[in-house]
Design a binder for this molecule. Structure first.
Ligand code: HEM
Length: 195
């Protein structure tokens, strides 16, 4: 783990982590309280939470304005993998979730993508916990499998690019609002999938 120098100002990713830390903790606890590793059916409900989030953000991965800012963005798309995982489990797909507006400002889009990429980082833990259900890269948990090169490097390349984007100070609030909106959306999906 990199050692943070308290003398240096926090990076954008560090600020986002701080701003959403408690929300993440609550979400994490809510999801784990649903005993998603007790059965494939329960795990499928977690996959539907992911599916709903990725339906909402899927178009961001192809947005032209984001490509030069986040190199390789298109390769981070997860909707097809989550769909495959649900199909493996013969589990129903969730209902349709509308895409984010095409006019969503770039700073807000960055906040949403921070949350999606962070979920993939945490997904490495979920991947291991799903193994006793017989789920892995080849069946039912493909979208959580660590990418070539490892999840830590994958996360680092995202945060390095995210931190390097130059934005006016007034736009920083929009990045944070985007991340908060993404967590709020996921919270709503958890309520829908685990009523
Ligand atoms: C879809 C639901 C979830 C979302 C949207 C989400 C979001 C995030 C985000 C944004 C981060 C990055 C934090 C950073 O900036 O370092 C992260 C990291 C992480 N998440 Fe989650 N998460 C979710 C579910 C979970 C669950 C259920 C677990 C429980 C195992 C979990 C465990 C972790 C872990 C271990 C990390 C990395 C370590 C750290 O925070 O230092 N997450 N997640």
């Amino acid at each position: 783990m990199p050692v943070l120098d308290p003398a240096l100002p926090p990076t954008r990713a560090e600020r986002l982590k701080r701003a959403t830390h408690e929300t993440h903790e609550r979400l994490d606890q809510r999801i784990m309280a649903q005993r998603i590793f007790d059965s494939r059916e329960r795990f499928a409900a977690f996959l539907r939470v992911q599916h709903r989030l990725h339906q909402q953000i899927d178009t961001l991965y192809a947005r032209a304005a984001l490509q030069p800012l986040l190199p390789g963005l298109e390769t981070r798309r997860r909707l097809p993998g989550i769909t495959r995982d649900l199909t493996d489990l013969r589990a129903p797909l969730p209902s349709t979730v509308p895409s984010l507006p095409a006019a969503l400002p770039v700073p807000a889009a960055l906040g949403w993508l921070y949350v999606a990429e962070g979920a993939a980082l945490g997904g490495a833990v979920i991947y291991k916990l799903a193994a006793p259900l017989g789920l892995d890269q080849a069946f039912g948990a493909s979208h959580l499998a660590p990418p070539a090169g490892g999840i830590a490097a994958h996360w680092r390349s995202f945060t390095t690019a995210l931190n390097a984007i130059v934005l006016p100070e007034t736009d920083e609030r929009q990045v944070e609002d985007g991340a908060r909106a993404a967590f709020a959306a996921v919270g709503g999906f958890v309520t829908q999938e685990f009523p």
